[in-house]
Design a protein around this ligand. Structure first.
Ligand code: ATP
Ligand code: MG
Length: 559
């Protein structure tokens, strides 16, 4: 056991590996793999699997393969393959030279299918999908054997070869394993191994028109690669006896499959089918929409790989299904960015503030700390002048009770600058506040109140020095914590999941901010330069999370 393994919190997968290493089951080797099907983008649930697969290999000095389970050409594409590789790397993991594809094994899988037919363990069937369903039986009722089940091996061999040559239409024939139509496990009732699909494959092109079923390809792919610990989610527990059966019949290397509970996150959906539907229906702007639970979406939103890995560590590894609050994910990001993100001032909904006793044309460059959590981040200078912008919310006339911001006669501190007292407002024809007027106290530079009580501190920017920007504020994509349980999952989409503010004013230090740069906008939250739409001169910021930590409250409340 390595030092690292000893320090980490326990999880049952680690315990199983430790036990194997103790008994010498795999000669101390640990080979894992992350096996995505390239039929969509990776999401936060996949991040959990990636952290476990790569994490266990790292911890035990083994290796983790990236293998594309590309057995269904009609749903898969190179775009997804590329996105998956980008996202695994971004998350901080490296498969080194161990990039594989189930399609690399098509020839070997075919040879093994022939071997099973010869051994009387597989046969070509001609039932339609519909008939096959009827024959299959139910959980309480055994299935019925197909009339083709007992056809001679030579006949099946000939038919399989002709299937491969493209002589039959899609759906006309399948290759099935001959196991047990009365098994209590439905997966063992003569599962289909090959189906005809006259579709080109993104890697093998037109070489094949029969494709292996996932269940036929998966375990053998693990075996070919010498995987020792085949870690997967609970829904494959019922498939394990089938994988075991195939491997035993073939007499090849037999990995240990270990199942864990998949991550369910509140206020979102995680099925790739549903995510694809959101994309195709234009309900989001794409797989990388910052409201999506995809890694591409989270990255664009402003999430860091460190925050996501920390989240995966904290949720742990267990066998019991549960729902993790999205507030925990947000909490992890807040903690990370609080340490690392530089502070800036940005006014999202600007209101003019005129400092009447400050000379026109005069400018001061006031020092501002970049990150109070990180002295090495240093400081910058923020221009101050006679006309400023503050947040519309930061002025009220008349002020409600306990309002410590600006109102006629009240004093506030402008961060890093001066204390100002409101002297009046200018109203537009319709009565709305067009401009707030104030006087500053020259002796209060840096925010020194000279002993008097000034409760409120506001952020601000200089009107003529600030630059325009767009801010996109996000809420959860769904209003319901478990959209999958709603009668119609799309009916609980959150109509207010995106608010766009187009006339924000941000301090000039943000002018050259590169794509994906992250900042804390004081009092507003953590923001990230949008990687798709932001341009120099037309900055777009995504709010990753607000500053208020709802997780701490949930934890305290026990719910
Ligand atoms: P689908 O959404 O179509 O059912 P999938 O999410 O299982 O597919 P795969 O590409 O097969 O997609 O997933 C790759 C790996 O990620 C699998 O080992 C799977 O068990 C794991 N995985 C998928 N979703 C989750 C999740 N929510 N939590 C943890 N692991 C997951
Ligand atoms: Mg799957």
């Amino acid at each position: 056991m390595s030092e690292e393994a000893r320090e980490k919190p326990s999880n049952f997968i680690r315990d199983i590996i430790l036990e194997h290493n103790r008994t010498g089951r795999f000669g101390g080797r640990v080979v894992t793999r992350f096996p995505p099907e390239p039929n969509g983008y990776l999401h936060i649930g996949h991040a959990k699997a990636i952290c476990i697969d790569f994490g266990m290999a790292q911890e035990f000095g083994g290796r983790c393969h990236l293998r594309f389970d590309d057995t269904n050409p009609t749903k898969e594409s190179q775009e997804y393959v590329d996105a998956i590789m980008r996202d695994v790397r971004w998350l901080g993991f490296d498969w080194g030279p161990h990039l594989y594809h189930a399609s690399d094994y098509f020839e070997q899988l075919y040879a093994w299918a022939v071997q099973l037919i010869k051994a009387g363990k597989a046969y070509v069937d001609e039932l339609t999908a519909e008939e096959m369903r009827e024959h299959r039986g139910t959980l309480t009722e055994g299935g019925r054997e197909s009339p083709h089940r007992s056809r001679p091996a030579e006949e099946s061999l000939d038919l399989l070869e002709r299937m491969r040559r493209g002589e039959f239409e899609e759906g006309a024939k399948t290759l099935r394993a001959r196991i047990d139509m009365t098994s209590g496990n439905l997966n063992l009732r003569d599962p289909v191994m090959y189906r005809i699909r006259k579709a080109p494959h993104q890697r093998t092109g037109d070489a094949w028109c029969i494709y292996p079923m996932y269940d036929w390809a998966h375990g053998q792919s693990d075996s070919i690669e010498g995987v020792t610990h085949s870690i997967c989610t609970l829904e494959y527990e019922d498939h394990r006896p089938l994988y075991d059966w195939y491997l035993d019949q073939l007499g090849v290397h037999h990995p240990q499959q270990i199942e864990f509970a998949r991550l369910n996150l509140s206020h979102t959906v995680m099925s790739k089918r549903k995510l694809l539907e959101l994309v195709n229906a234009g309900l989001v702007t794409g797989w990388d929409d910052p409201r999506m639970p995809t890694l591409a979406g989270l990255r664009r939103r402003g999430y860091t790989p460190e925050a996501i890995r920390d989240f995966c560590e904290r949720i742990g590894v267990a066998k019991a299904d549960n729902l993790v609050q999205v507030a925990l994910l947000e909490h992890c990001l807040r903690e990370d960015l609080n340490r690392r993100a530089e502070r800036r001032m940005a006014v999202l909904r600007p209101l003019r503030l005129v400092v009447e006793n400050y000379p026109e044309g005069k400018v001061e460059e006031l020092p501002a700390i970049n990150n109070p959590e990180d002295p090495s981040a240093g400081s910058r200078r923020v221009p101050w002048s006679r006309v400023l912008y503050i947040e519309q919310d930061d002025f009220r006339d008349p002020p409600p009770p306990k309002y410590f911001r600006l109102s006629p006669g009240a004093e506030v501190r402008l961060r890093y600058a001066y204390i100002v007292r409101c002297t009046g407002v200018t109203r537009a024809a319709d009565g709305t506040v067009a401009e707030v007027r104030c006087e500053y106290d020259p002796a209060s530079r840096g925010g020194d109140s000279g002993g008097r009580r000034v409760k409120g501190t506001l952020h601000w920017v200089s009107a003529s020095h600030s630059i325009g920007a767009e801010a996109r504020l996000y809420d959860t994509l769904f209003t319901a914590p478990r959209p999958d349980e709603a009668e119609e999952w799309k009916s609980v989409l959150n109509p207010k999941s995106l608010e766009v503010l187009r006339s924000c004013r941000v301090e000039p230090a943000l002018a050259g901010a590169p794509a994906e740069a992250r900042f804390q906008f004081e009092r507003q939250g953590y923001f990230c330069v949008d990687a798709r739409d932001s341009r120099p001169g037309a900055l777009v910021f995504n709010r990753a999370v607000g500053l208020r930590d709802t997780w701490a409250k949930i934890e305290k409340g026990g719910g």
